[in-house]
Design a protein around this ligand. Structure first.
Ligand SMILES: [Zn+2]
Length: 335
């Protein structure tokens, strides 16, 4: 995913979390309010911060941004993790998930990255809350916000089908680049953004603004993504228990389990969109997906679901990361 796509997904996650205000238990409603107050006050961090994993850290080749599977009927295993029911792509590939697969361990770190970042956030907040303001060991809010944006970056990459597929669909093939370029162009076309200042032009409530001069929004994948989001309320929203893990899917206990389940679905989305045996006359080495059927149609059809799933993930993992330190603090006090 590219720079503005990452920032846009984070800003959409704030929008989604705002729509959930008041929907949880009193305690979680309070956590949500605190988190929104915190993250909304860092709008200038979004475009740059969400992009640091690509510009400053550059751990792509070490697997930070990927979790790469291949079908492997002989030596593979069945992966047991499943995402929550609100994952839209899960519904599309459910039947294929029992196939045996194997992991390219050298290119697969993504769930570990997310787990580590979330625990780092928890620790930073707990340390900072324990010490006097201004103490040299305290972290400031911008540093914590930056880690939230980095967490969002890696978590969104889990939703990109080609990030979870061990086939090389990136250089010389242009499949990977074309897909991400298409999303980026749509976002830059329909939303108010200042690329010079590297920021979206937000309104006074720190919300994204559509560019009214640009016709065709209601036919775009971004409009359809909003429609999908309205329909895909978090599973378990009303009866989730105190612990954030109730949102992650039945047997998923932590971020790692959840992200493996997301990556498994993404791998199968990649097989669906870019089959191992492409139609006659298609060569992935030279294919331009946005100029060729049925690839173009498939990208238009599946992108709203993929992007909506990514927005749900960022919202969910942000709220859960916030609750991680709140819960630990509570346990520490009651121990
Ligand atoms: Zn990335």
């Amino acid at each position: 995913m590219k720079q503005y796509t990452h920032a846009w997904l984070g800003l959409k996650a704030i929008e989604l979390l705002r729509s959930y205000a008041g929907r949880f238990s009193d305690e979680r409603n309070e956590h949500l309010e605190d988190f929104l107050r915190f993250i909304s006050s860092h709008p200038s961090t979004f475009v740059r911060g969400a992009w640091f994993p690509d510009t400053h850290i550059c751990d792509n080749l070490q697997g930070g941004h990927t979790w790469k599977y291949k079908l492997d009927a002989v030596n593979g295993i069945k992966v047991k993790y499943r995402p929550p029911m609100h994952n839209n792509c899960y519904q599309l590939v459910k039947d294929g998930l029992k196939q045996k697969i194997s992991l390219n361990v050298r290119r697969s770190d993504l769930p570990d990255r997310c787990e580590a970042l979330s625990l780092a956030i928890r620790d930073m907040i707990l340390i900072t809350n324990k010490v006097e303001s201004g103490d040299v060991v305290a972290f400031n809010d911008s540093q914590v916000a930056l880690l939230f944006l980095m967490l969002a970056h890696y978590a969104c990459d889990a939703h990109v089908p080609v990030h979870c597929d061990d086939r090389d669909l990136n250089k010389p093939p242009k499949v990977h680049g074309d897909l991400e370029e298409f999303w980026e162009d749509e976002i830059l076309k329909f939303y108010k953004v200042s690329t010079e200042n590297e920021r979206f032009n937000l309104d006074e409530n720190y919300s994204l603004q559509l560019d009214d001069d640009q016709a065709g929004f209601t036919d775009s994948i971004l409009y359809k993504c909003d429609e999908v989001l309205k329909e895909s309320e978090w599973s378990n929203l009303d009866d989730a228990k105190d612990h954030w893990s109730s949102f992650l899917g039945k047997k998923n206990n932590n971020f790692w389990d959840y992200l493996v389940s997301v990556c498994l679905v993404s791998f199968h989305m990649s097989l669906k969109m870019f089959p191992i045996d492409p139609p006659d006359g298609i060569d992935y080495e030279t294919l331009r997906i946005m100029e060729t059927s049925p690839f173009k149609e498939d990208v238009l059809k599946y992108s709203p679901l993929i992007l909506a799933d990514a927005i749900n993930t960022v919202s969910l993992l942000w709220l859960a990361s916030w609750e991680r330190w709140e819960l630990l603090k509570k346990e520490a006090i009651s121990a």
